[in-house]
Design a protein around this ligand. Structure first.
Ligand code: PMP
Length: 421
């Protein structure tokens, strides 16, 4: 029986949230805002704040509601939650040891595998978060070149440290003093931003495609990628390809490998260990000494369980031909979502690669329709976010895809009822 949940504004009874509400309330007393960062759902009440468990492409919130997971923990889960092969490898290593006095032998095996897998990579360093890895890339580029300036694309996300956080609270002008901005896919804007400072540019950072939250996604123009490579060579700067979000979803190896463009330095994290905390930097021989010369470390960086998970993940991604599978599943999702939108008379923009799509509505500058759509989708057991790109995992079955497309069609129908033509 359907009832109306007025707080969520959705017409279904499957989203009872009493346990979630109680946990939110307790958290508010002991955690700033009850939650912080990108996982703070206080502005999006339709999305449960707390998650109980997950398996494959499904997850369950703390009130027992089941979802098809199209966020995949915001990227890390690529083979599916609780993948048996990855978890068995992690468990094997856990029995031997995890946080030890030095790296476990598995570090060398994982580094060898990554150097073999990622074209242009001559060495690897490990860390824990994407921000560790992007920041290390900047430090290595500066150490090698003796220069200060870093170019970033306007609106791009490279992490939550003062040099790159999108939010200004607590950030000083000095933290940003050596940054210049360019427009993605626009080589003229790169040259214009650099201007007379070419001799001080340590690095230019680019994402594999433009995946800024809240905007249409934009695939890289292959000519831009090649021109950026040539320009970095011309001025002696490092090309950093931030593969933290897209790595191993677009290609088994570096995301620009199919374009024939090899970066000097690449930060990785998210999906390289299927949800275990692991980040990495890969680089070319030119940057090897500089990488060895900076001091970077962390109490948990050599966690061997995450490395075992990473090794198993990379092998399983290849064995299961996961990129092709995610592209195929994502293609079916795209077709179904765009068909449903058209059938219900919505003008949407479904952008980005099939494996990492982004759905926005025309004439929806305040995201009212996007937020309402995601609430209706959540209410029908489809876990999506209104402003951030979604992630497809290789674990999705045809049942999962059916449940997602049925829920999404129902969400468009409910949206049409709320916003009659
Ligand atoms: N770079 C990109 C492209 C990202 O998407 C992210 C995380 N969303 C980061 C860096 C930072 O990674 P982390 O949150 O693990 O620090």
């Amino acid at each position: 029986m359907n009832t109306t949940n007025t707080e969520l504004g959705v017409t279904t009874d499957r989203r009872q949230r009493s346990v979630d509400a109680e946990l939110r309330s307790r958290a508010r007393a002991v955690v700033p805002n009850g939650m912080y960062g990108h996982l703070n759902m206080s502005a999006l009440p339709a999305i449960p704040q707390f998650v109980e468990r997950a398996r494959g492409a499904r997850l369950w919130d703390v009130d027992g509601n089941e979802y098809v997971d199209l966020m995949c923990s915001w990227g890390p889960v690529i083979l599916g939650h609780d993948d048996p092969v990855v978890e068995e490898a992690a468990e094997r290593q856990r029995r031997r040891g995890d946080c030890l006095n030095g790296p476990a032998p598995i570090m060398v095996e994982l580094a060898e595998t990554m150097v073999d897998t990622i074209s242009g990579a001559d060495w690897v360093m490990f860390a824990k978060n994407g921000t560790d890895a992007t920041t290390m890339c900047c430090t290595i580029a500066r150490a090698e070149t003796g220069r200060a300036t870093i170019l970033v694309a306007k609106g791009a996300y490279h992490g939550a440290a003062p040099w790159c956080t999108p939010f200004p609270a607590g950030v000083t002008a000095a933290d940003r003093a050596n940054l210049l901005q360019y427009d993605y896919n626009d080589i003229a804007s790169v040259r214009a931003a650099v201007g007379e400072r070419a001799a001080d540019v340590a690095a230019i950072i680019a994402s594999p495609f433009r995946h800024d939250a809240g905007f249409d996604q934009e695939l890289v123009d292959p000519t831009f990628a090649r021109d950026l490579r040539a320009y970095c060579d011309e001025i002696g700067a490092a090309l950093i390809l931030d593969d933290v979000r897209a790595g191993f979803r677009l290609h088994h190896g570096g995301s620009w490998e199919p374009l024939g463009v090899e970066p000097d330095l690449t930060p990785w994290s998210k999906s390289i260990a299927n949800g275990h905390a692991l980040a990495a930097v890969t680089g070319t021989d030119r940057y090897r000494d500089a990488a060895g010369g900076i001091f970077v470390t962390g109490s948990f960086w050599m966690g061997a369980v995450a490395m075992a998970a990473g090794l198993a993940t990379i092998h399983e991604l290849a064995r299961r031909d996961a990129v092709a599978r995610m592209r195929d599943l994502g293609g079916q999702l795209r077709a179904g979502v765009t068909d449903s939108a058209a059938a219900w008379g919505f003008d949407i923009r479904y952008t980005g690669p099939d494996q990492m799509p982004n759905l926005l509505f025309d004439n929806d500058t305040d995201y009212e329709l996007a937020v309402a759509f995601s609430a209706e989708a959540q209410a029908r057991g489809v876990y999506v976010h209104p402003k951030h790109n979604w992630f497809v995992s290789a674990a999705m079955t045809s049942d999962d895809l059916d449940m997602a497309l049925t829920g999404i069609d129902g969400a468009f129908a409910a949206l049409r009822a709320r916003y009659p033509r």
